[in-house]
Design a protein around this ligand. Structure first.
Ligand code: AVJ
Length: 328
């Protein structure tokens, strides 16, 4: 229906099933190490649970990043300057955006998001806060190059990608995305990107396995979503939430672990898991100063400035889309 109207980016089949979701799940459950891309966490229920996560005492990234945005306002003003079109990748509810826009006197704001309704309502809310600022929401999947509105083509751009969402991607995918962002924004643009930092393992694991069990509900909601939307029969009570630090890959991994041998169906396909087998549901990579520099340089972005919160838990990095000299 939505696909016929050509309005939505989501392809639904005759039964109203999101075909990309079904493909990812069926494919991912067929692998020896079962794995489902983290982006499928965010249905309405999952998005609400994530909002709850950001308020948990153990989940420091949101507070740490907000602290940087608040404390470094003057430096953003100096290093970014006014007159730019701010292009936010995956704007969602745009809660951190006003903090940035207040500092830098932008010429326009272009929120990009795949969820159209959400995008437009949060763009309206932002317009109300910044009456003089032109806002051009674009419903787009920014893993591919996005054609920006004609009104901003002549303006210098600042890409804004907060939240350490880049950490969800393995290096190869992260480089693809950062290079695509560079293509979307163009030469001479800047990027302000949030990256979470490596720290004590116990702090990291607590941030992804909180005492109140909200992250566990967030993770298990993926199994519920599969049951709800893909005619699944996953016995949820036989799964437990696991968050563990993988030091070799410098990342927190979230899994759903089978507590006993189970069999279930999803969209008429049968699957089984042995006791202790897992479905890998998320990677959250953590960076050092060096690893973040390498990732950005490999993607055509030259880091210019790096800010951290007072406890050095989280970083915001400003980078330029300059062509680096390739002299030896
Ligand atoms: C939204 C990807 C930044 O990795 O910290 C939070 C998602 N998962 N708790 C993160 C998440 C579990 C979050 N990101």
């Amino acid at each position: 229906m939505a696909a016929e109207q050509g309005l939505s980016l989501v392809d639904l089949d005759r039964d109203g099933v999101d075909t990309a979701f079904r493909e990812d799940v069926l494919q991912g459950l067929s692998e020896p190490q079962k794995a489902i891309p983290a982006r499928w966490f965010y249905d309405d229920e999952g998005s609400e649970l994530f909002e709850e996560i950001t308020r948990l005492p153990e989940y420091y990234p949101t507070r740490a990043e907000t602290e940087i945005l608040t404390d470094r306002c003057d430096e953003f003003r100096t290093m970014i300057g006014g007159g730019r079109a701010v292009v936010e990748f995956g704007s969602g509810s745009s809660v951190k955006t006003p903090l940035l826009l207040n500092c830098i006197d932008p010429a326009a704001y272009v929120p990009l998001d795949i969820a159209g309704d959400f995008l437009r309502s949060s763009a309206d809310a932002l317009s109300a806060k910044f009456p003089g600022l032109p806002v051009y929401p674009v419903e787009a999947d920014f893993v591919r190059k996005v054609e920006l509105p004609i009104e901003v083509t002549a303006m210098p751009k600042l890409g804004f990608f907060p939240g350490s969402t880049i950490g969800n991607m393995v290096a190869r995918t992260a480089v693809d995305l950062l290079r695509t962002m560079r293509a979307t924004l163009g030469e001479g643009s800047q990027l302000l990107i949030g990256m979470d930092l490596v720290k004590d393992q116990a702090i990291l694991e607590a941030a992804y396995d909180d005492a109140a069990g909200v992250t566990a509900r967030f993770n298990l909601n993926l199994a519920h979503r599969i049951n709800r939307e893909l005619n699944g029969t996953i016995p949820i009570d036989a799964l437990r939430h696991v968050a563990r630090w993988n030091d070799a890959y410098s990342r927190i991994e979230m899994h759903l672990e089978a507590l006993r041998p189970i069999e279930f169906e999803v969209s008429d396909h049968r699957f089984s898991m042995g006791e202790g087998d897992t479905i890998h549901t998320e990677n959250s990579h953590k960076f050092s100063r060096r690893s973040s520099t390498t990732l950005l340089l490999a993607s055509g972005w030259t880091p210019r400035q790096r800010w951290t919160d007072r406890e050095e838990r989280f970083s915001l990095i400003l980078a330029d889309a300059t062509v680096p000299r390739s002299a030896p």
